[in-house]
Design a protein around this ligand. Structure first.
Ligand code: AMP
Length: 395
């Protein structure tokens, strides 16, 4: 997959109406926005388009209205907040298609912003219905995609519209592609990938793909116990995906065949239950007694993993090393976060729970890049073609 796409920076914007797909899927309760990070994240691209003499027709989904008009999922509060942040009026369309919206789009002048109503009020959006995509596209002259969190979805606003308009990526997507694409396809070596999280099944394709790319793979978290089991260890009540034992064995064989250093935990923090008042102790990996379960990597593993991370040219991290939501079981995950902060190479957090872990550790500003797309970045790391990226022309 080519990850260098035509950028909004090179688009002819003067006098043009730009359909801008944003990620305004903000937490909303009783019409109050709980966190406006995603709205702020869109400002750079919006301001650029306005400054270059274009008009912005912004669109987004919010929540899961499933093709129905759900007033609690209206984007109206987003229009208000966007207007405050831009310090200018932002017009709100009654819908994202239809005569009234078309008239508002038509009347839009350079330097003005219009926000369309929730795309997912129409079931055609998620079905990538061609007529719906065409109707959306008909509002504008140019399409700019800047919602990285939805590029793994082939929806009308994330993929279909690119069939009808000259398409470009916005600055958010451009940065994501540069960071994730650069880390996987053209890394400063050694490339160290750190994978954790609960379910091995969710990460199989990532492990497989990264074994083709990385020099070193560090595996912790709940999914490491399926590896320990495959190696003949005892794992007590730890997370296990029985059906994936064979696959995991194949991955260990693949690592050997390719000369990739695949490191598994050498010791484990175990607990009698996943609760703050449970009894805990450290044991050698693969020697977990019955009635106990693995909840974090042990101190020797933390040192081992940190040493690999600190000497890396590039590190990609996805998934916590233990049940990090409980401070008692978070030390392994924090050790990885600290090692990444100490690494002089490029450090990329590939979305999901690792993002909240580095934020909790107060180390977010020490990372080269923190991906904003959970599902999207995971699919990127699987080497999958993302419909919302594939539809954009290469630079
Ligand atoms: P994922 O969404 O697959 O990245 O998984 C994240 C979740 O994995 C977090 O909620 C962690 O609490 C959980 N997790 C990590 N390690 C373990 C473990 N050893 N046992 C149970 N859950 C774990």
């Amino acid at each position: 997959m080519n990850y260098v796409k035509k950028s909004v920076a090179d688009a002819p914007l003067k006098g043009k109406k730009v359909l801008l797909r944003c990620d305004f899927n903000v937490p909303l309760k009783n019409g109050v926005i709980g966190d406006d990070t995603r709205i702020r994240a869109a400002l750079e691209t919006i301001r650029f388009i306005l400054k270059e003499g274009g008009a912005v027709i912004a669109c987004s989904h919010l929540g899961r209205p499933k093709g129905q008009v759900v007033p609690e999922m209206s984007l109206k509060p987003v229009a208000a907040r966007l207007g405050e942040l831009l310090e200018m009026p932002v017009a709100m369309a009654p819908d994202c298609v239809g005569a009234e919206t078309e008239a508002m789009a038509k009347a839009l002048r350079p330097g003005q912003v219009l926000l369309l109503e929730n795309l997912r009020f129409h079931k055609e959006e998620e079905k990538n219905d061609p007529a719906f995509a065409k109707a959306l596209a008909s509002l504008a002259d140019i399409y700019v995609s800047d919602a990285f969190g939805t590029v793994h979805r082939a929806h009308a606003s994330t993929a279909g519209v690119a069939d009808h308009l000259p398409a470009y990526c916005g600055f958010l997507i451009e940065r994501e592609l540069k960071a994730l694409g650069g880390a996987v396809e053209n890394p400063v070596r050694p490339l160290v990938a750190v994978l954790g999280g609960a379910k091995v099944a969710d990460k199989l394709a990532v492990i497989d793909h990264l074994l083709d790319k990385a020099d070193t793979l560090l595996i912790g978290g709940g999914m490491s116990y399926t590896f320990a089991k495959a190696k003949g260890g005892s794992i007590g009540n730890s997370l296990l995906d029985e059906e994936k034992i064979e696959y995991v064995q194949k991955m260990m064989d693949k690592a050997k065949a390719k000369g990739v250093k695949l490191l598994l935990p050498v010791d484990t923090l175990i607990a009698t239950a996943v609760s703050a008042d449970a009894e805990t102790k450290f044991v050698t990996a693969g020697q977990i007694p019955d009635g106990w379960e693995g909840v974090d990597i042990g101190p020797e593993t933390r040192k081992l993993f940190a040493a690999e991370i600190e000497k890396a040219g590039t590190v990609i991290w996805n998934g916590p090393m233990g049940v990090f939501e409980q401070p008692k079981f978070a030390e392994g995950t924090m050790a990885v976060a600290k090692a990444m902060a100490a690494c002089k190479g490029t450090t990329v957090i590939g979305g999901g729970d690792s993002v909240s872990a580095v934020q909790k550790a107060g180390l977010a500003d020490k990372m080269s890049h923190i991906s904003t797309g959970g599902g999207a970045s995971l699919e990127f790391l699987e080497g999958k073609e993302l419909p919302g990226i594939a539809c954009l022309p290469d630079a």
